[in-house]
Design a protein around this ligand. Structure first.
Ligand code: UT7
Length: 342
């Protein structure tokens, strides 16, 4: 018997119906489709509308989609980890709310907060529960309602973000597939460049925090851009070197979708062409913890058993990392499908 690894054996997703276009944004702030497309690469983003609907509402729908595709009873799930920076509330955790609503009655659940790297941090954590044999079926959800913390009068940040959720199922694999390795980093000195000042214990909501607009994202775009380009590429190349992987060996880079220029720079350093990058930033924008699983969702039909993927991210914290995954082919099989349907 080989080493137990955590294989991604299913993926589900949810994107809210409302589509915010660059044209609509141009009527809200002084911007243009041309600027947003050339500087970031975003055409549209989905926005969750509706009274009292939080991140968990999208997470639940992603989990239900996943369970339906796998024809799986929610009570089979041992653990639910949700990566998010826009939790429904401080407590209970959004993972807890998702697990409860989705009927994962036997699972324990919690959140991981690592901003745009949240999914990779949560995936790595979840994979350890599988590798040790503690859990057999784990769901990792990446979900964010970024529209709840975006200032739609700030042209520097409002075009960037969107809402969405996606969930992956992890199960044990002993044939050499699954999550092979991770390189994760944090650097708290990056905090002043990307943060939301109020709403936590340091500055609880008050008249002052609202007057000063401290409940929305503050970003020094250029500082984050520079750090993202170098760090995301560094950890991706480091992973390639660790496993003697050439650009030919890699089927896909699965990058966090913050800026098409950051994705291109990372791919270039890895010697990869665009057609080896999963890209959906044009349609969804930056959905923070949801970007990477949304890519896995959109490209699931492309994946074959043994495909080598490098997942990579950079984001607030700072946090960044890369995860090396050897894909299994049944990621996209629906209940009625067989390998012959591929
Ligand atoms: O996922 C979390 C991690 N976040 C990131 O990875 C984001 C990293 N940063 C970026 O992606 C980019 O820095 C931004 C997309 C945020 C900004 O792009 P940029 O090319 O760095 O623009 P900039 O901030 O240097 O601004 C250039 C110009 C400025 O005008 P002046 O001062 O040169 O006259 C801005 O005022 O573009 C102006 N500008 C805009 N113009 C039209 C800034 N935002 C806009 C806008 N529309 N929306």
């Amino acid at each position: 018997m080989g080493k137990i690894r955590a294989a991604i054996t299913g993926v589900g997703a949810y994107l809210p119906d409302y589509i915010l276009t660059n044209d609509e944004l141009s009527r809200m702030v002084d911007t243009s489709d041309e600027w947003i497309m050339t500087r970031i690469g975003i055409k549209t983003r989905h926005i969750l509308k509706g009274e009292a609907l939080g991140t968990s509402c999208m997470g639940v729908k992603a989990v239900r989609d996943l369970l339906e595709k796998k024809n799986m009873n929610p009570e089979e799930i041992d653990l639910v980890i949700c990566a998010t920076v826009t939790p429904d509330m401080f407590f209970p955790s959004t993972g807890n709310l998702i697990a409860g609503e989705a009927g994962c009655k036997k699972a324990f659940a919690y959140d991981v907060s690592a901003a745009c790297s949240g999914f990779l941090f949560a995936l790595t954590t979840a994979s350890k529960f599988i590798e040790t044999g503690t859990c057999k079926k784990v769901i990792v959800v990446g979900a964010d309602k970024m529209s709840s913390i975006v200032d739609y009068t700030d042209r520097k940040t409002c075009p960037i973000f969107g809402d969405g959720a996606a969930a992956v199922l992890l199960e044990p694999d002993e044939e050499g597939y699954g999550v092979i390795d991770h390189i994760l980093h944090s650097d708290g000195t990056g905090a002043p460049h990307l943060y939301m000042k109020a709403g936590g214990s340091r500055y609880p909501a008050s008249e002052e925090t609202i007057r000063n607009n401290w409940h929305t994202i503050t970003q020094d775009g250029q500082a984050v851009f520079k750090a993202a380009v170098s760090n995301m590429a560094d950890v991706s190349v480091e992973m390639m070197e660790r496993y003697n992987l050439t650009s030919d060996d890699i089927r896909y880079l699965v990058p966090h979708q913050a800026n098409l220029r950051i994705i291109d720079a990372t791919a270039n350093r890895m010697g990869l062409t665009r057609n080896k990058c999963m890209i959906n930033i044009d349609r969804y924008g930056n959905t923070t913890a949801a970007t990477i699983p949304l890519c896995l969702y959109d490209y699931e039909k492309e994946l074959k058993r043994g495909d080598k993927l490098i997942l990579a991210s950079f984001g607030g914290g700072y946090t960044w990392g890369s995860v090396y995954v050897k894909s299994v082919s049944y990621t996209h099989l629906r209940a009625h499908e067989t390998e012959a349907d591929l």
